[in-house]
Design a protein around this ligand. Structure first.
Ligand SMILES: *[C@@H]1O[C@H](CO)[C@@H](O)[C@H](O)[C@H]1NC(C)=O
Ligand SMILES: *[C@@H]1O[C@H](CO)[C@@H](O)[C@H](O)[C@H]1NC(C)=O
Ligand SMILES: [Zn+2]
Length: 500
């Protein structure tokens, strides 16, 4: 009697649990699938070639990630970008992403795009003077000894170099001023402010050299070249539009700087007709008062009037935690909002509920077209909904956020959340030259391998590239997207053809 009853009861409970097991398994599968269907890129359907290319990419991705999963200590992305920026170039996936057409760069600052080696080469130009002071150095082009105050003495850089004991050593010391790279980033950059200080020092040191009109134009021409070589077809460049000067000391105004840019872009597109050109976002410093912003806006309107096809819009730049909150300028910005398109930096901070964080509320109310960084947006569910509803793109710059100390391990970057729920995102690179990254490839690679889900595939990459065109200010989007599709198909074909 007893054993029969026990068997009977066991049989019932087992039958129930098998059923329940099936239900849970099915639901788990269903939940996972529904969530994957929410991911950025979900609307894309693959061609047969894309399916094959995707298999190649996902095989390479899984191999690298699964190795890392077992030995996290040896995983690149738990470290600082400086430690793995060269190592990742060994990855076949890096090579693939480098070749991949990436669309546009929509968030980058004009004098932060080229490498320290490029800047060092510029110090070989004639007529460059240097003033070595205790911790810093001034550089300026001139046809005679500069009048600018120097704590020691001005000398021709060429003379300083060739009277130094060791030219290689001299150049190595000089180069340190043109990069944020150091051996011990966690010690040197111990908080957000120390990183920003060094970062700003780069612009202070190089600015007077770059502002020599010929150097400025050459730098921008070579920027476009580097961008094109990284398989980017178009760029919207942010600039503070500093006054430029000639060797004889003549100084021009911000509008002339914008004209210089336009001239360079026109020349570049003539030389490289496969490049779609560039537009300008006038982005002066935010650490000013409202009266100065009013002046900025006047300049912006004048540039727009003179170069309507070249001018994209207006922004304010600089560290938000220490800068003037956007709300201090609301009356000036509201007054100009029908005339100027806005592309504001906002929420580039780790703080929650502080003015830098709440800049997000101002810029959305001001109908910004895109938001630069929006790092803090993830903490604001209502704003996230608004951003999706209004189609405001987030210009995310992962490596910049690592270097400027908002996040250590890129797996913890809020971009993971944005991608998972298909928030409109464009990937960009901010100031890649200053941290020795490629114009855009590093940011794409790190996003794909370190931030996005293991499941994220070529659909995500393609959508990110397409987003950069959709959310640009290019007028004829059909034409540029069509051209992109042609390049993409070529890329896919070569991916399938080559051995990986
Ligand atoms: C870094 O990435 C490269 C390419 O994926 C890989 O070969 C290398 O082993 C990685 N190193 C570490 C420390 O993760
Ligand atoms: C710097 O100049 C040297 C010599 O002209 C050249 O070989 C090198 O490619 C240049 N580097 C950069 C980054 O422009
Ligand atoms: Zn920026």
């Amino acid at each position: 009697m007893w054993p029969t009853l026990v068997y009977f009861l066991l049989a019932i409970s087992c039958a129930v649990s098998i059923d329940e097991y099936e239900n849970v398994i099915n639901e788990r599968h269903d939940l996972l699938q529904r969530e994957l269907d929410m991911m950025l890129g979900n609307e894309i359907t693959f061609s047969d070639s894309e399916i094959k290319a995707n298999e190649i990419v996902m095989h390479l991705k899984a191999k690298e990630l699964d190795r890392a999963y077992r030995s996290p200590y040896a995983y690149n992305f738990t470290r600082h970008f400086f430690e793995y920026k060269d190592a990742v170039k060994q990855s076949p996936l890096y090579e693939i992403i480098k070749k991949m057409p990436k669309g546009a760069i929509l968030h980058a600052h004009d004098v932060g795009l080229l490498s320290p080696d490029y800047v060092l080469n510029m110090t070989y130009w004639d007529n460059l003077y240097v003033c070595f002071e205790e911790d810093n150095m001034q550089l300026i082009f001139s046809d005679k000894t500069p009048k600018v105050t120097c704590g020691t003495q001005w000398q021709l850089l060429r003379d300083a170099r060739y009277t130094s004991i060791d030219v290689e050593e001299f150049d190595a010391e000089l180069r340190k001023h043109f990069t944020l790279l150091v051996d011990e980033p966690h010690e040197v950059y111990f908080d957000v402010n120390s990183a920003w200080n060094r970062f700003q020092q780069y612009f202070i040191t190089t600015g007077p050299m770059f502002c020599y009109k010929l150097a400025w134009e050459q730098y921008f021409y070579d920027t476009l070249k580097a961008v094109r070589e990284d398989n980017v077809m178009y760029i919207e460049i942010r600039s503070t539009l500093p006054p430029l000067y000639d060797l004889n000391g003549e100084v021009y105004d911000s509008i002339a700087t914008a004209e210089s840019y336009k001239k360079v872009v026109d020349q570049f597109v003539k030389d490289y007709p496969d490049f779609y050109g560039a537009k300008l976002i006038y982005a002066p410093m935010r650490l000013v008062d409202a009266a100065t912003v009013k002046e900025y806006i006047k300049i912006a309107k004048e540039i727009k009037r003179r170069m309507p096809d070249f001018f994209a819009g207006f922004d304010l730049v600089g560290q938000e935690d220490l800068g003037t909150p956007t709300k201090e300028f609301l009356s000036e910005l509201v007054a100009a909002k029908d005339e100027l398109d806005y592309f504001f930096h906002a929420g580039e901070t780790n703080w929650n509920g502080m003015s830098s964080d709440e800049n997000l509320f101002d810029v959305i109310a001001l109908e910004t077209r895109r938001i630069g960084h929006a790092f803090a947006l993830v903490k604001h569910p209502l704003l996230l909904e608004e951003v999706k509803k209004r189609g405001i793109a987030l210009e995310v710059n992962v490596i910049s956020n690592v270097v400027l100390k908002l996040v250590g391990d890129v797996r913890n970057h809020p971009l993971a959340t944005f991608l998972a729920q298909n928030v409109p995102v464009v990937l960009s690179s901010d100031d890649p030259g200053v941290w020795e990254a490629d114009p855009l490839s590093h940011d794409f690679f790190i996003t794909f391998m370190g931030v996005a889900s293991r499941h994220a595939d070529l659909k995500l990459l393609k959508q990110l590239a397409l987003n950069s065109l959709y959310f640009s200010t290019i007028k004829d989007k059909d034409r540029v997207v069509h051209e992109f599709e042609i390049r993409w198909t070529k890329f896919i074909d070569s991916l399938v053809r080559d051995k990986w």
